[in-house]
Design a protein around this ligand. Structure first.
Ligand code: GLN
Length: 468
């Protein structure tokens, strides 16, 4: 019997290599787990029955184009859209022999922090199905935590890999901007979007990173990672310097239970030999969110202009071209993409461009600089990943600003283009808390080393209590 709730991708690789199991049996075990638990969790929008590949199966967020398999980005406007090509990351997974398990749920166009904006209904948190799994990549996170996939890929624009990983007790990496190809990804905000892995252990995340990273001629923003990705094996933190932003203390948004788990883990890092000090990010937590909510919607309004009923998905009837496009977009987009299109178009309009979009770009440069300054003295910056644990479905759905605030701690480093790793660091009221490690550009190996040592020392059980 394969215990899909516990099996790591690394262990699964070992079973395959020693021929103790076949890839088909492994895939079938996850498919059976999906049949059993996905009716409750709704992590998947679509599942694949055939096992194509001889490796460890994988779940892909539904913003990743998959040849011959419907790809909707959680939106009605892309329902029925079946790509004729694979995104580069999907092709790399295929080339590595990873069979696809299915496409996972996401907030529409990856806009949201709970999956409640998905046009196909929300996913639920395996730790407590009355709560959200986070978002926008809540489907992948719920699948991994619920034993419905050993690992998966998400996309992170402002926190969509890190935040759901934290809320579901997984490890998730947002790689350095430009190290993983965006070719074939349903674009949200192109200067921020990055694809990255979610799994149960830091080593699994490192392994999957090594599979997907690398220069891609089809995405001119990509570069070869200057250091090959290594699987971490160190158990101490000697010689590593961790910076805790002094501004965290005054952030009322951070729940007390999250603070306790975070501070205990920082103490543990000290015991493991890390040198812990205070760093300063004076602008990040004050201006990060407003800056992001100008830049991301501005880019989204331009990226989403392509959905006009002509090339992708369903078309609504209308009298003439203009009316057809208007109706298609009105019927096809949900409330959140519409809100972002309006915000972004406004921020880019003549007369307001300098005051909003231009100003936000300047603030972004300042955020890049303050992270660079902090990371001159420290190997990584540490914060909680999310200010809160998983919240009940519906709690923030009616209040866009409350939803946007979920990403208070994840957004600034995304604007700075830096890698961020979320690792579980404890429980608060029985729900997972995540710790975020931010590194300099291309600092993935250091983040993996720190995350792995903490993971070992903490020894947390990744399986949700109610499923043990
Ligand atoms: N929650 C943020 C937003 O709604 C981030 C989403 C993401 O990273 N894709 O934009």
């Amino acid at each position: 019997m394969i215990d899909t709730l516990r099996l790591t991708a690394e262990e699964a690789t070992g079973l395959l290599e020693r021929r103790e199991i076949t890839a088909g049996e492994l895939h079938a075990a996850y498919r059976a787990a999906i049949d059993e638990r996905d009716p409750e969790l709704h992590a998947y929008l679509r599942v694949v029955d055939e096992c194509e590949g001889d490796g460890v199966p994988i779940a892909l967020k539904d913003v990743i184009s998959t040849r011959g398999i419907e790809t909707t980005a959680g939106s009605r406007i892309l329902s029925g859209y079946t790509p004729v090509f694979d995104a580069t990351v999907a092709a790399r997974c295929k080339a590595a022999g990873l069979p696809l398990l299915g496409k996972t749920n996401t907030d529409e166009f990856a806009m949201g922090s709970s999956t409640e904006n998905s046009a196909y209904g929300p996913s639920r948190n395996p730790w407590d199905p009355s709560r959200v799994p986070g978002g926008s990549g809540g489907g992948t996170a719920a699948a991994v935590a619920g034993g419905l996939a050993p690992w998966g890929l998400g996309s992170d624009t402002g926190g969509s890999i890190k935040q759901p990983s934290a809320l579901c007790g997984n490890v998730g990496l947002r790689p350095t901007y430009g190290t993983v190809s965006r070719y074939g990804i349903v674009a949200f905000a192109s200067s921020l979007d990055q694809i990255g892995p979610v799994a149960k252990t830091v080593r699994d995340v490192a392994l999957l990173t090594s599979i997907i990273a690398g220069r891609d001629p089809a995405d001119s923003t990509t570069v070869e990672h200057p250091e090959p990705i290594r699987l971490p094996d160190r158990e101490d933190l000697r010689g590593l310097r961790l910076g805790v932003p002094r501004e965290l203390e005054a952030l009322a948004a951070i729940e007390p239970g999250v603070r306790v788990a975070f501070e205990r883990t920082v103490d543990l890092a000290r015991e493991l030999g890390a040198e812990v000090g205070e760093c300063e990010l004076p602008l990040s937590f004050e201006y990060g969110l407003p800056c992001y909510y100008l830049i991301a919607p501005a880019e989204a309004s331009s990226n989403l202009a392509r959905y006009d009923g002509v090339r992708f998905g369903p078309r609504s009837a209308g009298d003439g071209y203009r009316e057809m496009v208007e109706r298609t977009r009105d019927d096809g987009f949900g409330a959140e993409p519409k809100r972002r299109i309006m915000l972004g178009t406004y921020a880019l309009s003549a007369g307001y461009y300098d005051a909003y979009y231009g100003q936000a770009q300047k603030v972004r440069t300042l955020l890049v600089r303050e992270h660079r300054d902090a990371l001159e003295r420290f190997d990584a910056i540490v914060t909680p990943t999310s200010p809160t644990v998983a919240f009940p479905l519906g709690e923030r759905a009616a209040d866009p600003l409350a939803m946007y605030a979920c990403d208070l701690l994840t957004i600034p480093s995304c604007l700075a283009g830096l890698p961020g790793l979320s690792v579980p660091c404890g429980l608060s009221d029985g729900l997972p808390v995540g710790l975020q490690l931010i590194g300099p550009q291309f600092g993935e190996n250091t983040l993996f080393a720190i995350g792995h040592a903490l993971e070992r020392a903490l020894g947390l059980d990744p399986v949700p209590e109610r499923l043990r």
